[in-house]
Design a protein around this ligand. Structure first.
Ligand code: CUA
Length: 345
Protein backbone atom coordinates (compact mmCIF):
# COMPACT_ATOMS: atom_id res chain seq x y z
CA UNK A 1 0.00 0.00 0.00
CA UNK A 2 1.24 3.46 -0.85
CA UNK A 3 0.78 6.31 1.56
CA UNK A 4 0.46 9.82 0.12
CA UNK A 5 3.00 11.32 2.46
CA UNK A 6 6.58 12.24 1.88
CA UNK A 7 9.11 10.00 3.51
CA UNK A 8 11.46 11.38 6.11
CA UNK A 9 14.17 9.20 4.64
CA UNK A 10 15.90 6.40 6.41
CA UNK A 11 18.13 6.38 9.42
CA UNK A 12 21.23 4.25 9.62
CA UNK A 13 19.96 2.15 12.49
CA UNK A 14 17.00 1.08 10.39
CA UNK A 15 17.59 -1.96 8.27
CA UNK A 16 16.90 -1.29 4.61
CA UNK A 17 13.29 -2.02 3.79
CA UNK A 18 13.08 -5.17 1.67
CA UNK A 19 9.35 -5.79 1.28
CA UNK A 20 6.50 -3.93 -0.39
CA UNK A 21 4.79 -3.09 2.91
CA UNK A 22 7.94 -1.95 4.71
CA UNK A 23 8.21 1.49 3.07
CA UNK A 24 4.68 2.47 4.14
CA UNK A 25 5.32 1.35 7.71
CA UNK A 26 8.58 3.33 7.81
CA UNK A 27 6.82 6.42 6.46
CA UNK A 28 4.13 6.26 9.14
CA UNK A 29 6.74 5.62 11.80
CA UNK A 30 8.79 8.66 10.81
CA UNK A 31 5.69 10.87 10.59
CA UNK A 32 4.74 9.92 14.15
CA UNK A 33 8.32 10.41 15.31
CA UNK A 34 8.51 13.79 13.49
CA UNK A 35 5.23 15.11 14.91
CA UNK A 36 6.18 14.03 18.43
CA UNK A 37 9.64 15.60 18.09
CA UNK A 38 8.15 18.86 16.72
CA UNK A 39 5.78 19.30 19.67
CA UNK A 40 8.37 18.17 22.17
CA UNK A 41 10.86 20.82 21.09
CA UNK A 42 8.13 23.47 20.70
CA UNK A 43 6.85 22.91 24.24
CA UNK A 44 10.33 22.81 25.76
CA UNK A 45 11.29 26.03 23.90
CA UNK A 46 8.18 27.88 25.10
CA UNK A 47 8.73 26.58 28.62
CA UNK A 48 12.31 27.80 28.71
CA UNK A 49 11.35 31.20 27.21
CA UNK A 50 8.63 31.74 29.80
CA UNK A 51 10.91 30.75 32.65
CA UNK A 52 13.54 33.21 31.46
CA UNK A 53 11.08 36.02 30.95
CA UNK A 54 8.68 35.73 33.85
CA UNK A 55 10.71 34.46 36.75
CA UNK A 56 10.10 36.25 40.10
CA UNK A 57 12.34 39.27 40.62
CA UNK A 58 12.45 41.69 43.54
CA UNK A 59 10.31 44.69 42.74
CA UNK A 60 8.57 42.96 39.88
CA UNK A 61 4.80 43.38 40.08
CA UNK A 62 2.51 40.93 38.37
CA UNK A 63 0.15 42.95 36.23
CA UNK A 64 -1.99 40.67 34.23
CA UNK A 65 -2.54 36.97 34.73
CA UNK A 66 -4.94 35.49 32.18
CA UNK A 67 -6.92 32.57 33.59
CA UNK A 68 -8.85 31.58 30.56
CA UNK A 69 -8.70 31.82 26.76
CA UNK A 70 -11.37 30.03 24.78
CA UNK A 71 -9.64 30.43 21.43
CA UNK A 72 -6.37 29.03 22.70
CA UNK A 73 -8.06 26.11 24.42
CA UNK A 74 -10.06 25.25 21.33
CA UNK A 75 -6.88 25.38 19.27
CA UNK A 76 -4.90 23.02 21.46
CA UNK A 77 -7.80 20.59 21.62
CA UNK A 78 -8.79 20.55 17.96
CA UNK A 79 -5.34 20.40 16.33
CA UNK A 80 -4.09 17.38 18.34
CA UNK A 81 -7.45 15.64 17.79
CA UNK A 82 -7.05 15.93 14.04
CA UNK A 83 -3.49 14.66 14.22
CA UNK A 84 -4.44 11.69 16.40
CA UNK A 85 -7.39 10.75 14.16
CA UNK A 86 -5.24 11.01 11.02
CA UNK A 87 -2.50 8.78 12.52
CA UNK A 88 -5.14 6.33 13.73
CA UNK A 89 -6.68 6.22 10.26
CA UNK A 90 -3.39 5.43 8.57
CA UNK A 91 -2.63 2.89 11.30
CA UNK A 92 -5.92 1.11 10.68
CA UNK A 93 -5.31 1.04 6.92
CA UNK A 94 -1.87 -0.49 7.36
CA UNK A 95 -3.08 -2.90 9.98
CA UNK A 96 -5.90 -4.20 7.78
CA UNK A 97 -3.47 -4.54 4.89
CA UNK A 98 -1.00 -6.41 7.11
CA UNK A 99 -3.70 -8.77 8.41
CA UNK A 100 -5.28 -9.55 5.03
CA UNK A 101 -3.10 -11.83 2.91
CA UNK A 102 -3.74 -11.30 -0.82
CA UNK A 103 -5.49 -14.09 -2.63
CA UNK A 104 -3.22 -16.49 -4.52
CA UNK A 105 -0.35 -15.83 -2.15
CA UNK A 106 2.26 -18.59 -2.10
CA UNK A 107 1.68 -20.55 1.09
CA UNK A 108 4.40 -21.89 3.40
CA UNK A 109 3.70 -23.78 6.63
CA UNK A 110 5.79 -22.79 9.62
CA UNK A 111 6.30 -24.87 12.74
CA UNK A 112 8.04 -23.32 15.73
CA UNK A 113 9.37 -25.47 18.50
CA UNK A 114 12.00 -25.12 21.19
CA UNK A 115 14.30 -23.95 19.65
CA UNK A 116 14.15 -23.97 15.92
CA UNK A 117 12.00 -23.16 12.92
CA UNK A 118 10.74 -25.56 10.25
CA UNK A 119 9.45 -24.22 6.97
CA UNK A 120 7.36 -26.65 4.92
CA UNK A 121 6.75 -26.14 1.22
CA UNK A 122 3.86 -27.42 -0.88
CA UNK A 123 5.99 -30.22 -2.37
CA UNK A 124 6.92 -31.61 1.07
CA UNK A 125 10.35 -30.03 1.40
CA UNK A 126 11.21 -29.03 4.97
CA UNK A 127 13.99 -26.54 5.58
CA UNK A 128 15.34 -24.75 8.67
CA UNK A 129 15.56 -21.50 6.67
CA UNK A 130 12.78 -19.63 4.94
CA UNK A 131 13.16 -19.61 1.16
CA UNK A 132 10.84 -17.33 -0.82
CA UNK A 133 10.58 -16.03 -4.37
CA UNK A 134 11.13 -12.28 -4.89
CA UNK A 135 8.24 -10.08 -6.02
CA UNK A 136 5.59 -12.55 -5.02
CA UNK A 137 3.04 -12.47 -2.21
CA UNK A 138 3.97 -15.09 0.38
CA UNK A 139 1.69 -16.19 3.19
CA UNK A 140 3.03 -17.99 6.25
CA UNK A 141 0.67 -20.26 8.18
CA UNK A 142 2.28 -20.76 11.55
CA UNK A 143 1.81 -22.99 14.56
CA UNK A 144 3.84 -23.95 17.60
CA UNK A 145 4.60 -27.39 18.98
CA UNK A 146 5.12 -26.23 22.52
CA UNK A 147 5.14 -22.69 23.88
CA UNK A 148 4.59 -19.17 22.56
CA UNK A 149 7.08 -18.05 19.94
CA UNK A 150 7.05 -15.05 17.64
CA UNK A 151 8.35 -14.75 14.10
CA UNK A 152 10.07 -11.48 13.24
CA UNK A 153 11.84 -10.38 10.04
CA UNK A 154 13.16 -6.85 10.65
CA UNK A 155 13.92 -6.14 6.98
CA UNK A 156 10.30 -6.89 6.05
CA UNK A 157 8.83 -5.08 9.10
CA UNK A 158 6.64 -8.06 9.93
CA UNK A 159 6.20 -9.83 13.23
CA UNK A 160 3.56 -12.25 14.46
CA UNK A 161 3.11 -14.45 17.49
CA UNK A 162 3.18 -18.21 16.93
CA UNK A 163 0.78 -19.87 19.32
CA UNK A 164 0.38 -23.53 20.28
CA UNK A 165 -3.00 -25.02 19.43
CA UNK A 166 -3.98 -22.55 16.70
CA UNK A 167 -2.76 -21.08 13.44
CA UNK A 168 -1.60 -17.53 12.98
CA UNK A 169 -0.69 -16.01 9.66
CA UNK A 170 1.54 -13.41 8.18
CA UNK A 171 2.21 -12.20 4.67
CA UNK A 172 4.80 -10.16 2.81
CA UNK A 173 6.17 -9.54 -0.64
CA UNK A 174 9.96 -9.52 -0.65
CA UNK A 175 11.50 -7.09 -3.11
CA UNK A 176 15.26 -7.58 -2.85
CA UNK A 177 16.81 -10.97 -3.68
CA UNK A 178 19.59 -12.05 -1.36
CA UNK A 179 21.49 -14.16 -3.88
CA UNK A 180 23.33 -11.14 -5.15
CA UNK A 181 24.22 -9.74 -1.72
CA UNK A 182 27.78 -8.63 -1.51
CA UNK A 183 29.45 -10.07 1.61
CA UNK A 184 31.22 -6.71 1.96
CA UNK A 185 27.94 -4.87 2.62
CA UNK A 186 27.52 -4.17 6.32
CA UNK A 187 24.74 -6.53 7.48
CA UNK A 188 23.73 -4.13 10.27
CA UNK A 189 22.16 -1.76 7.73
CA UNK A 190 20.65 -4.24 5.30
CA UNK A 191 19.65 -6.85 7.87
CA UNK A 192 21.05 -9.40 5.47
CA UNK A 193 24.27 -11.04 4.47
CA UNK A 194 24.95 -13.41 1.62
CA UNK A 195 23.08 -16.11 3.55
CA UNK A 196 19.85 -14.13 3.74
CA UNK A 197 17.85 -11.77 5.93
CA UNK A 198 17.71 -12.28 9.68
CA UNK A 199 14.69 -14.01 11.13
CA UNK A 200 14.31 -14.00 14.91
CA UNK A 201 12.10 -15.44 17.60
CA UNK A 202 10.95 -12.45 19.64
CA UNK A 203 8.93 -14.16 22.36
CA UNK A 204 11.02 -15.42 25.24
CA UNK A 205 10.60 -19.20 25.02
CA UNK A 206 13.23 -20.67 27.32
CA UNK A 207 16.89 -21.51 27.50
CA UNK A 208 17.55 -21.58 23.74
CA UNK A 209 15.45 -18.53 22.82
CA UNK A 210 18.35 -16.37 21.72
CA UNK A 211 19.56 -19.11 19.37
CA UNK A 212 16.14 -19.53 17.75
CA UNK A 213 17.14 -17.76 14.59
CA UNK A 214 16.97 -18.51 10.89
CA UNK A 215 17.66 -16.84 7.55
CA UNK A 216 15.24 -15.68 4.90
CA UNK A 217 16.62 -16.43 1.45
CA UNK A 218 14.91 -14.36 -1.24
CA UNK A 219 15.41 -15.99 -4.63
CA UNK A 220 15.47 -14.11 -7.90
CA UNK A 221 12.55 -14.75 -10.18
CA UNK A 222 12.84 -18.28 -11.57
CA UNK A 223 15.55 -19.55 -9.24
CA UNK A 224 13.13 -20.27 -6.39
CA UNK A 225 11.53 -23.10 -8.37
CA UNK A 226 14.99 -24.48 -9.10
CA UNK A 227 15.88 -24.41 -5.41
CA UNK A 228 12.61 -26.10 -4.46
CA UNK A 229 13.03 -28.87 -7.01
CA UNK A 230 16.63 -29.38 -5.95
CA UNK A 231 15.69 -29.52 -2.25
CA UNK A 232 13.02 -32.13 -2.97
CA UNK A 233 15.40 -34.41 -4.81
CA UNK A 234 16.64 -37.22 -2.61
CA UNK A 235 19.95 -38.24 -3.96
CA UNK A 236 19.67 -41.97 -4.69
CA UNK A 237 23.40 -42.35 -4.21
CA UNK A 238 23.42 -40.84 -0.73
CA UNK A 239 23.81 -43.29 2.14
CA UNK A 240 21.36 -43.50 5.08
CA UNK A 241 24.01 -41.91 7.30
CA UNK A 242 24.23 -38.95 4.91
CA UNK A 243 20.45 -38.62 5.03
CA UNK A 244 20.69 -38.76 8.82
CA UNK A 245 23.23 -35.95 8.78
CA UNK A 246 20.90 -33.91 6.58
CA UNK A 247 18.04 -34.46 9.04
CA UNK A 248 20.32 -33.46 11.92
CA UNK A 249 21.08 -30.19 10.12
CA UNK A 250 17.66 -29.42 8.69
CA UNK A 251 15.15 -30.62 11.26
CA UNK A 252 16.46 -28.80 14.27
CA UNK A 253 18.43 -31.61 15.97
CA UNK A 254 21.64 -29.59 15.63
CA UNK A 255 20.27 -26.82 17.86
CA UNK A 256 20.64 -29.05 20.93
CA UNK A 257 22.78 -32.07 19.92
CA UNK A 258 26.36 -31.64 18.87
CA UNK A 259 28.23 -34.19 16.77
CA UNK A 260 31.67 -33.23 18.04
CA UNK A 261 31.44 -34.69 21.54
CA UNK A 262 30.45 -31.51 23.37
CA UNK A 263 27.33 -31.62 25.48
CA UNK A 264 24.91 -28.72 24.95
CA UNK A 265 21.18 -28.59 25.72
CA UNK A 266 21.05 -32.27 24.87
CA UNK A 267 23.63 -35.07 24.79
CA UNK A 268 26.11 -35.15 21.96
CA UNK A 269 25.56 -37.71 19.23
CA UNK A 270 29.23 -38.50 18.84
CA UNK A 271 30.29 -41.75 20.38
CA UNK A 272 26.99 -42.27 22.19
CA UNK A 273 25.59 -45.18 20.22
CA UNK A 274 26.23 -48.53 21.86
CA UNK A 275 27.23 -47.06 25.22
CA UNK A 276 25.47 -47.43 28.54
CA UNK A 277 24.07 -44.26 30.00
CA UNK A 278 22.43 -43.37 33.29
CA UNK A 279 18.90 -42.00 33.15
CA UNK A 280 16.25 -41.14 35.69
CA UNK A 281 14.85 -44.68 35.21
CA UNK A 282 18.16 -46.48 35.62
CA UNK A 283 20.89 -47.51 33.23
CA UNK A 284 20.07 -47.84 29.57
CA UNK A 285 21.95 -49.11 26.55
CA UNK A 286 21.86 -46.57 23.74
CA UNK A 287 20.60 -48.85 20.97
CA UNK A 288 18.08 -48.51 18.13
CA UNK A 289 15.06 -48.84 20.41
CA UNK A 290 16.31 -46.34 22.94
CA UNK A 291 17.11 -43.75 20.23
CA UNK A 292 13.75 -44.29 18.57
CA UNK A 293 11.95 -43.84 21.89
CA UNK A 294 14.02 -40.73 22.64
CA UNK A 295 12.88 -39.19 19.36
CA UNK A 296 9.19 -40.08 19.63
CA UNK A 297 8.72 -39.86 23.39
CA UNK A 298 11.67 -37.92 24.80
CA UNK A 299 10.27 -37.68 28.33
CA UNK A 300 10.18 -41.48 28.80
CA UNK A 301 13.77 -41.59 30.03
CA UNK A 302 15.88 -38.54 30.68
CA UNK A 303 19.64 -38.85 30.65
CA UNK A 304 21.40 -37.80 33.86
CA UNK A 305 22.69 -34.26 33.67
CA UNK A 306 20.05 -33.09 31.16
CA UNK A 307 16.83 -31.25 31.71
CA UNK A 308 14.37 -33.15 29.55
CA UNK A 309 13.26 -30.29 27.32
CA UNK A 310 13.15 -32.07 23.98
CA UNK A 311 9.87 -31.92 22.03
CA UNK A 312 8.43 -35.11 20.56
CA UNK A 313 8.99 -35.76 16.86
CA UNK A 314 5.99 -38.07 16.71
CA UNK A 315 4.35 -37.66 13.30
CA UNK A 316 7.15 -35.40 12.07
CA UNK A 317 9.84 -37.90 11.19
CA UNK A 318 9.01 -40.92 9.09
CA UNK A 319 10.33 -44.34 10.12
CA UNK A 320 12.89 -44.23 7.34
CA UNK A 321 14.11 -40.87 8.61
CA UNK A 322 14.44 -42.13 12.18
CA UNK A 323 16.40 -45.08 10.81
CA UNK A 324 18.65 -42.65 8.95
CA UNK A 325 19.29 -40.70 12.16
CA UNK A 326 20.28 -43.95 13.87
CA UNK A 327 22.65 -44.80 10.99
CA UNK A 328 24.20 -41.37 11.36
CA UNK A 329 24.70 -41.85 15.12
CA UNK A 330 26.27 -45.24 14.47
CA UNK A 331 28.65 -43.69 11.98
CA UNK A 332 29.57 -40.96 14.50
CA UNK A 333 30.32 -43.67 17.07
CA UNK A 334 32.48 -45.62 14.67
CA UNK A 335 34.43 -42.44 13.98
CA UNK A 336 34.70 -41.70 17.70
CA UNK A 337 36.18 -45.15 18.37
CA UNK A 338 39.18 -44.22 16.30
CA UNK A 339 39.89 -41.01 18.23
CA UNK A 340 40.53 -40.51 21.95
CA UNK A 341 37.28 -40.69 23.90
CA UNK A 342 36.33 -37.06 24.38
CA UNK A 343 32.60 -37.59 24.11
CA UNK A 344 31.93 -38.09 27.80
CA UNK A 345 29.59 -35.36 28.87
CU1 CUA B 1 11.07 -19.22 20.37
CU2 CUA B 1 11.87 -17.43 21.66
Amino acid sequence: MQIPLASFGTFDQFRDAASTGAAAIDTLYFWILGICAFFFFLIVAVLVAFIARYYARPGHVEQHTPHHDNRLEALWSIIPSFIVVALFWYGVLFYLDLRTPPENAYEIQVVAKKWNWSFMYPNGVVDPNLHVPADRDVRLVMSSDDVLHSLYVPAFRVKMDVVPGRYSELWFNATTPTESFDPAIDPSTTGADENGYDLFCTEYCGQGHSAMIAKVVVHKSGTFETWLAEAARIDPTSSPAELGEKIWKQRGCSQCHSVDGKASTGPTWQGTYGTEQKTDKGTVKVDENYIRESILNPMAQIRDGFKGVMPSYQGQLKDAEIAAVIYYMKKLSAEADSVPATWED
